[in-house]
Design a protein around this ligand. Structure first.
Ligand code: GLY
Length: 390
C-alpha cells in the first residue's frame, strides 16, 4: 500500500539515521540512564537535530497510523508538535513504534496546562499527585505499568522501564518510586502546579471536613464537590477522569500502545484506575490490534474493556463494532442508580480508541460530539467519535 510519510524539508532524516534516533530514545529507559535529566537530554538530542525543521508530506510505502484521545492533538508543551504528530514523525523516521508513542505522550505528560496527565495533573484528596501508566509492545510482547507513582513527571517512561528492565508487569506506590529513582529518573517532591494546587484547595473548601471520618460518605461528598467544580468551570469535564491513550502501527505492521494519567481528580489516596492495568486501560495484541480508554476507570476495571475489544477484533469485528460491544458490556454492568442518567444509560464519561492490524481505527464515546486524534498519510487531525448510546 502506498502512503505518505512526514519528513523534514531539508532531509534531516538522511543525516540522522533511524537507528541513531532510536537509540537516543531507548537511552531514556535503559539501565544506563543516570537521571530523568539524561532521559530528557536523550529526547532533546532527537528534537534538536530532527524535529524543529519545517515538514512536508512525501510519498512512502506502508501504512503508519497513530490514534489517541483528543488531547493527543491539542497540547504541545510549547514545542512544535502534538502527541500524534510527534509519534507519527518518529515512527516514520524508523524509530521503534512504542518509543515513538511514548515520546508523543511525554509532550502531554510534561505540559503543565493539561490537568489530567503527568506534571500538573490534578492531585488526590490529600493534595498529592499520583500517576498511573502502562504500555504494551505488540511485536516484543512487552508490557509494563506503574500505579500511584509520585514524583516522576513521565510515568509512561517508568512503565516502559518496568517492561524492559524487570521480570514484572506492574509496580505500585513507594516501590514504583524507588524503582524509578534506581533507574535514574528524577524524583521530585511535588508535581503540583499553581493551577492544580488552586483547584485542590477549592475542592477542599467545598467538601465538608467532618465527613472525612466516614470514607464512604467522604467519597460521595468528594465526587459531588468535583462535579460542582466541573459545573462551575473550575475543571474541564474531560479533566475529571482525563487521561491520554495513544496507539500506533508502523509500516512493518508492529503495534503498540500507551496510556498515562493522573487519574480521577481528588481521588482517595492510593486509588488506582484502569490506566495502568493491562486489559483495562490498554491492551495490545501484536497480531490483532490495540485498544485503550479514557473515562471512569472503575467501569473499565470491572469489564476489562480493552481486552474485550481486542478479543472482538480477533473474532474479526471492525474497531467500531468491537468498541461498541465493550460499551454495551459497560451498560449492562452499570446498575446503580447514582451512575445512570434518566434514559437508563451510564451517566459517566467513557471513550475507547481502537486500531486494528489493518490500520482501521475508531473512537467510541459516551460524550456526544467528542473527537479523537489521528495521524496517518493524510496528516494529523481530529475525527468524530461514534456516540455509544444511539
Ligand atoms: N481512566 C482514568 C482513571 O479512571 O483513572
Amino acid at each position: 500500500m502506498v502512503g505518505f510519510s512526514l519528513v523534514r524539508a531539508e532531509s534531516a532524516m538522511k543525516r540522522l539515521p533511524a537507528p541513531v534516533a532510536k537509540s537516543a530514545m531507548s537511552l531514556v529507559t535503559r539501565r544506563s540512564v543516570l537521571s530523568t535529566g539524561a532521559a530528557l537530554v536523550g529526547t532533546s538530542v532527537v528534537k534538536a537535530s530532527v524535529l524543529h525543521a519545517p515538514m512536508i508530506w512525501t510519498p512512502r510505502a506502508g501504512k503508519l497510523v497513530v490514534v489517541s484521545s483528543s488531547n493527543g492533538h491539542h497540547f504541545k508543551n510549547g514545542g512544535p508538535r502534538t502527541c500524534v504528530e510527534e509519534a507519527f514523525h518518529r515512527a516514520s523516521a524508523g524509530e521503534d513504534i512504542l518509543d515513538s508513542l511514548i515520546a508523543g505522550v511525554n509532550i502531554v505528560e510534561l505540559d503543565p496546562t493539561e490537568l489530567s496527565v503527568g506534571y500538573g495533573g490534578l492531585p488526590n484528596a490529600d493534595g498529592v499527585v499520583q500517576l498511573d501508566s502502562c504500555c504494551m509492545h505488540g511485536a516484543k510482547n512487552w508490557a509494563g505499568g506503574v500505579a500511584a507513582l509520585e514524583g516522576v513527571r513521565t510515568p509512561s517512561q517508568v512503565a516502559k522501564a518496568v517492561a524492559e528492565d524487570t521480570d514484572h508487569h506492574l509496580l505500585v506506590g513507594a516501590g514504583a518510586q524507588t524503582f524509578a529513582r534506581n533507574m535514574g529518573f528524577k524524583v521530585e517532591d511535588d508535581l503540583n502546579t499553581a493551577a492544580s494546587r488552586r483547584a485542590w484547595l477549592e475542592w477542599k473548601r467545598r467538601i465538608d471536613p467532618e465527613h472525612y471520618l466516614d470514607p464512604k460518605k467522604r467519597s460521595g461528598e468528594g465526587m459531588a464537590a468535583l462535579l460542582s467544580m466541573v459545573a462551575d468551570g473550575w475543571i474541564d469535564p474531560l479533566h475529571a477522569y482525563g487521561t491520554i491513550n495513544c496507539n500506533g502501527i508502523n509500516e512493518k505492521g508492529e503495534l503498540a500502545g500507551v496510556t498515562t494519567t493522573s487519574g480521577l481528580a481528588f481521588k482517595i489516596p492510593g486509588r488506582v484506575g484502569d490506566s495502568p492495568i493491562l486489559g483495562a486501560g490498554l491492551y495490545v495484541d501484536g497480531s490483532v490490534g490495540a485498544a485503550g480508554s479514557t473515562g471512569r476507570g472503575e467501569a473499565n476495571l470491572y469489564g476489562l474493556s480493552s481486552f474485550l475489544i481486542v478479543e472482538e477484533l480477533r473474532r474479526g469485528a471492525h474497531p467500531k463494532d468491537a468498541a461498541m460491544t465493550a460499551m454495551k458490556r459497560i451498560k449492562r454492568n452499570t446498575i446503580e442508580k447514582r451512575l445512570l442518567d434518566p434514559e437508563g444509560n451510564p451517566n459517566f464519561g467513557m471513550e475507547y480508541y481502537v486500531l486494528d492490524k489493518q490500520g482501521r481505527h475508531a473512537g467510541i464515546t459516551t460524550n456526544k460530539g467528542s473527537r479523537y486524534a489521528v495521524c496517518d498519510e493524510n496528516g494529523p487531525r481530529l475525527e468524530a467519535c461514534e456516540y455509544a448510546w444511539q
